[in-house]
Design a protein around this ligand. Structure first.
Ligand SMILES: O=C1NC[C@H](CO)[C@@H](O)[C@@H]1O
Length: 432
């Protein structure tokens, strides 16, 4: 008892030493930390808890080095995968946080998140933690569906067919027992006590936001509309549930915007009107959405930028109507000529990042709701010697999850030109 008491005192003191931060809160279209407006330059680092693990996936020395490089460049908001599911999906990361249908969790990966959050707190960083995934690379919703229906996962990396996979993933919203397990996982993580700092997650200002999932969609663009109301209800109910567990922190959906709601901006606005959703997220993928072709850059870049700017302004207008902040929490461009290797040119990436940051800075200066971004994705010191550049269990982690070539969208620690673009934006943002 005495030791426990001493630990609580010392742990609490160590937390208060490291974590003088205050919670991020929303007031109208803006974020605040304390009484200061909070605008941020962030990164996607899905693998953060995997590197923080004391187990086989861990590399705490690499994680510390990468957090230092990020902080040095003013990148102080990290979007991180908080829950993955064990799966036979060909390109799902292994191991996973959720081991089975009973909801047994991988303790090393939970300890990995403890370590990541403790290290982020030392650097006054903020975390956005997503609790599920619409896609296959972390098991995700389609694994929940497989657990509770016994039907196959329709693996897109095997079938090459995305619409059946997406419609199958969206069944997740309608399966009560899947939702019960999902909420059990949410409750366990959100109310966890950090084994390093002694702080409860739902009382840790390092955590800015709990996010329902990575890129949740109502279903496929072809057949998802019939279940749109289930999607709206799932957002409102689940966000409301998290609010009861973590009233001091924010809740977001992780949705992509119109391209993540059947290509219909009105459906995005409708599905994000819930008062339980504190701010809007959207993503922008000029390659995935066929706006830009890296093999024909001169023919496609300018039109891609025109389309991208229209997509950005359309979503800022929705944020104004809903009177909520909005953040672009995923955007990325491949390396020139579609290369993957460290040290290869990234001229179109740097131009595109610069364009996005200019739009954000103009909106911040005008007092608008577009106040943050997370590029996709930080790859740090990741290295691969795979001939096919595809991740296998035990390999380094990259910003690119296992379903994509390792190096596709990753910004490496040695990508100086890109880090300079990001750091310049980070310097300008607070003064606007
Ligand atoms: O969430 C995502 N959005 C797009 C990324 C790049 O294709 C992808 O890796 C990830 O699943």
């Amino acid at each position: 008892v005495v030791i426990a008491a001493l630990c609580v005192v010392s742990c609490t003191q160590s937390t208060s030493t490291h974590n003088s931060q205050e919670f991020v809160r929303v007031d109208g279209q803006h974020f605040y930390v304390g009484d200061k407006p909070y605008r941020y330059v962030g990164a996607n680092m899905w693998y953060g808890a995997y590197l923080g693990s004391p187990g086989a996936t861990g590399d705490r020395e690499r994680l510390i080095r990468e957090l230092d490089v990020l902080a040095e460049h003013g990148i102080t908001n990290l979007r991180v995968l908080a829950a993955s599911e064990s799966s036979d999906l060909m390109r799902a990361v292994r191991p996973a946080v959720v081991n089975n249908i009973e909801g047994e969790l991988d303790n090393d990966l939970l300890l990995g998140m403890d370590f990541l959050l403790a290290e982020m707190a030392k650097r006054d960083m903020k975390a956005v933690l997503y609790l599920n995934n619409f896609w296959q690379w972390s098991g995700g919703m389609s694994q929940y569906v497989a657990w509770f229906t016994g039907t196959e996962v329709l693996d897109p990396d095997v079938t090459g067919k995305w619409n059946p996979f997406m419609d199958n993933s969206a069944r997740f919203y309608r399966i009560e027992r899947a939702q019960q397990l999902y909420r059990k996982v949410i409750r366990t993580i959100v109310t966890r006590t950090n084994s390093i700092t002694g702080q409860a997650y739902n009382d840790d200002p390092t955590i800015m936001s709990w996010q329902l999932a990575n890129e949740p969609r109502p279903g496929s663009d072809a057949d998802g509309r019939v279940h749109f109301d289930d999607f709206v209800r799932w957002i409102d109910d689940t966000a409301g549930y998290i609010k009861t567990l973590a009233p001091k922190q924010l809740v977001s959906t992780g949705n992509e915007g119109a391209m993540g709601t059947l290509g219909d901006a009105e459906l995005f606005e409708t599905s994000h009107a819930s008062p339980n959703v504190d701010y809007l997220t959207f993503h922008m993928w000029i390659k995935n959405w066929s706006w830009f072709d890296i093999t024909k850059p001169e023919q496609t870049y300018d039109s891609a930028v025109t389309t991208a700017k229209r997509y950005l302004s359309e979503h800022v207008a929705i944020a104004e109507r809903l009177n909520k902040p909005i953040v672009l929490e995923e955007f990325g461009v491949e390396r020139d000529n579609g290369a993957y290797d460290h040290g290869t040119p990234v001229s179109y990436r740097d131009r595109f990042y610069d364009m996005v940051y200019d739009v954000i800075e103009d909106n911040v200066a005008a007092g608008g709701p577009f106040v943050g971004s997370n590029f996709w994705a930080w790859g740090g010191f990741g290295e691969t010697d795979r001939a096919d550049y595809m991740w296998q269990k035990g390999d380094d982690f990259f910003g690119d999850p296992p379903q994509e070539a390792q190096g596709l969208n990753s910004v490496f620690a040695d990508d100086k030109s890109t880090l300079d673009v990001i750091a310049d934006h980070a310097k300008r943002l607070p003064e606007l």
